[in-house]
Design a protein around this ligand. Structure first.
Ligand SMILES: NC(=O)c1ccc[n+]([C@@H]2O[C@H](COP(=O)([O-])OP(=O)(O)OC[C@H]3O[C@@H](n4cnc5c(N)ncnc54)[C@H](OP(=O)(O)O)[C@@H]3O)[C@@H](O)[C@H]2O)c1
Length: 288
């Protein structure tokens, strides 16, 4: 049975009210690329889908956030958007001051809603803007030793590292609530193999490498400090998205990446996929 639009809105608004106790999934970077694919997957995914990665939770809702406003079919931009019967999209910048992130959690998640899954996908590549414009087909040129500058590095750190710390800190009470309710909370952070020291044989990529390595340090500390939640740092593969302007050789679609990632996320907490792990999309450990 199809629900009318007003009925869908009232149901979603009710579930999104600060007093809702319905378990929830948070997806950051939900406007584009991998985050968008995750958001659509959970917003539309069926409970019977074997690779759904929302575990044994019978009812859940999804909040997708990104710094972009939602753009509807007429091109109208909105700071929030009722996306479907169980999903909402909210414009949130992960670098916002903590009180703004807390206000977002208060308004759209609520103190009583457990979060059983976070997909943190918001991030930037950290390219020097002026070089990126001039050499749009050459990613390496826009992050090379000779052009990298402190503004680009600080911006990448602000979003990839500090933004990660801020947004995960803001939802920790809801993750802890999920743990207290036996919901096996998991946090999958889109890191990158580029953040691995051991894998760095090519050099370059200063802002991206450094900010992702620092992100790994932040998430590793959280995995120690918050043992009741399972944290994983994940390399999603080389995926064709808005992260860079060019299509890199061998890049796959976001949906293709999700096909292998979702079963791995389902197994987080089992065997070598323990909290604090650094994995590729097949679940193979990446050396630090
Ligand atoms: N694509 C790959 O091959 C690849 C490989 C390894 C790791 N990753 C990681 O995977 C994650 C997702 O990347 P993607 O490839 O899907 O790129 P993407 O399409 O650019 O998606 C990232 C999203 O995050 C948003 N974002 C950036 N800064 C933000 C902020 N301050 N607050 C909230 N949202 C913000 C971006 O908005 P804007 O468009 O406005 O920037 C964008 O919508 C990233 O962390 C990336 O480092 C990607």
């Amino acid at each position: 049975m199809r629900l009318g639009k007003s009925r869908i809105m009232s149901q979603t608004e009710e579930k999104s009210s600060p007093s809702s106790k319905v378990p929830m999934i948070l997806v950051t970077g939900a406007f584009s690329g991998l985050g968008r694919a995750f958001f659509e997957h959970f917003a539309t995914g069926s409970r019977d889908d074997e690779s759904s990665s929302h575990g044994e939770i019978p009812d859940y809702r999804v909040v997708g956030i990104d710094r972009q406003p939602w753009t509807d079919q007429e091109g109208k931009r909105q700071p929030s958007h009722i996306h479907g019967p169980r999903s909402v999209y909210v414009q949130v910048d992960v670098t916002s001051p903590r009180h703004e992130l807390d206000a977002f959690v208060h308004r759209w998640i609520g103190a009583e809603a457990p979060i059983h899954l976070v997909i943190h996908s918001a991030g930037v590549r950290g390219l020097v803007p002026s070089v990126e414009v001039r050499k749009s087909d050459d990613v390496a040129a826009a992050e090379a030793l000779g052009v990298m500058d402190s503004e680009t590095m600080m911006r990448a750190f602000e979003i990839n590292t500090v933004g990660t710390f801020n947004v995960l800190s803001a939802v920790l009470p809801n993750l802890r609530l999920a743990a207290a309710q036996g919901l096996n909370p998991r946090v999958a952070v889109m890191s990158s193999r580029i953040g691995s020291m051991a894998a760095n044989v090519k050099g370059g990529a200063y802002a991206y490498r450094a900010s992702k390595a620092a992100l790994n340090a932040v998430v590793t500390s959280m995995s120690v400090d918050v043992p009741e939640v399972c944290f994983a740092m994940v390399h999603p593969g080389r995926v064709e998205t808005g992260l860079v302007c060019v299509k890199e050789d061998g890049a796959m679609s976001s949906e293709e990446s999700l096909e292998t990632l979702l079963p791995v996320l389902d197994r987080l907490g089992e065997g070598h996929l323990k909290s604090g792990c650094f994995l590729d999309r097949f679940g193979v450990e990446i050396p630090w």
